[in-house]
Write a protein that binds this ligand. Structure first.
Ligand SMILES: Cc1ncc(COP(=O)(O)O)c(C=O)c1O
Length: 410
């Protein structure tokens, strides 16, 4: 395992996007991460050397693809401490995983589903859709004033729902603010009511060590494209017995072991959920991404991001017209520094300026958490999100250029 500090220069050399003559300060990692050369090579390797069909064809191409995909699945299973390789399903993205859960389970009118008030649309809209179409009762648990999780409100919501509580579905770490929720405590309480627990791990899987067994949860959705992996790749972990009983939302080739004109035999998970020809290059390159992450210490990754966030927070917190979403203490916001700006400071214009003037790349807008912004009456925020390959120089560049931009607009 390589220590981040000692090897930072070497790590950065692995990322072609960071090795340009005039490298950008890429601080949009909550959206998508950069890719190391090994992942790019692996994608290319598929298209050049084995551009065949995995899981079906028995020729050399097909066999190589099937074998490499199986290795990627095994690596993911180890990465998340899954008890079984077959509990790892490849999906297009975390959104697809969350939809699979919401639309693959059985629901009765009045079944209660709890989310928080700061969910990404991917863990809100499927439940709103089920509310409209099937009559489930979607309720939100309000966070504390500083966006941290309110365990008391959650306990109350569970008690109010009682035996109708069927699902607790929440994001482990919010993309809005970087705030982590206490998943183990939440799960313990939800289980007292017999509810399932689905965790949206899009913002936790890339940044901290995650053990699905230790968390005690039932489902975990993640974005492989936010974990150094190829775009168009995500994943779902689910307990075997739940996956076996869950409907697939994409049936067809690969999802059955046999069919007649009027019957079918479902394949076992994960095949049942991976209908149609898959993103083979992406699945293969996922193995390279996980290899890369596995050489890091995820606790160190998390600590590094927090230390960068401390610099960002210290640098911007006293600027007039700017306030930080979430707790003041940056160590409670991982690598995310999300800024609410005065009306006279348009977030999209400032984001454009940061890139044009200094090559600082951040995200502006509502980050697919429209519900939170609409509830509070805010237009949007400017979000800088760090990853392990970011340096102090990157975040200082953000702070300096942002301060100048605010000055220019004021
Ligand atoms: C918390 C959270 N959930 C879900 C998603 C959706 O992920 P994907 O783009 O992989 O569907 C995101 C993406 O930003 C996210 O941050």
């Amino acid at each position: 395992m390589k220590r981040l500090g000692d090897f930072m220069k070497e790590f950065r050399k692995d990322f072609p996007a960071l090795m340009l003559d005039d490298p950008v300060a890429y601080l949009d990692n909550a959206c998508v991460t950069l890719k190391p050369q090994s992942v790019i090579d692996s994608i290319q390797d598929y298209y050049i050397n084995t551009p065949g069909c995995g899981g079906r064809s028995v020729h050399r191409y097909g066999t190589h693809v099937s074998k490499t995909i199986s290795q990627s699945r095994t690596k993911l299973a180890h990465f998340f401490s899954s008890p079984s390789v077959n509990e790892i399903v490849f999906t297009r993205n975390a959104t697809h995983s969350l939809n699979q859960i919401a639309k693959g389970l059985d629901w009765n009118k009045g079944d209660v589903v709890l989310t928080t008030d700061r969910e990404h649309n991917s863990n809100l809209v499927p439940w709103l859709q089920l509310e409209q179409e099937r009559g489930i009762d979607h309720r939100i648990v309000r966070s504390n004033q500083d966006n941290t999780f309110n365990l008391e409100s959650f306990e109350e919501a569970c008690a109010q729902a009682g035996s109708d509580l069927k699902m607790v579905s929440m994001s482990h770490v919010g993309n809005l603010d970087g705030v982590e929720i206490p998943v183990k405590e939440i799960t313990k309480i939800a289980k007292d009511y017999g509810a399932l627990v689905s965790i949206d791990g899009a913002q936790s899987a890339p940044h901290m060590s995650v053990d699905v067994q230790d968390l005690g949860i039932d489902f975990y959705s993640f974005s492989i494209h936010k974990m150094l992996g190829p775009s168009g790749m995500g994943g779902l972990w689910g307990r075997t017995e739940l996956l076996e009983n869950m409907r697939t939302i994409q049936s067809g080739g690969q999802t059955v072991t046999s069919s007649t004109y009027d019957s079918l035999e479902w394949a076992k998970p994960p095949s049942k959920f991976e209908g149609g020809l898959g993103h083979f290059a992406g699945m293969m390159a996922t193995g390279a991404a996980i290899d890369y992450l596995t050489q890091l210490n995820m606790d160190e990754v998390h600590a590094h991001e927090k230390s960068l966030n401390k610099i960002m927070t210290e640098g911007v917190k006293d600027i007039p017209g700017v306030s930080i979403i979430g707790p003041e203490d940056p160590s409670k916001r991982g690598g995310i520094c999300s800024l609410l700006l005065d009306d006279k400071l348009p977030s999209h214009d400032i984001a454009l300026l940061l890139d044009e003037v200094a090559g600082v790349m951040v995200r502006s807008g509502q980050h697919c958490v429209h519900s939170w912004f609409n509830d509070k009456g805010y237009n949007g925020s400017l979000r800088a999100s760090a990853y392990f390959y970011n340096t102090e120089e990157d975040v200082r560049r953000f702070v300096d250029t942002f301060s100048e931009a605010v000055h220019a607009f004021s």
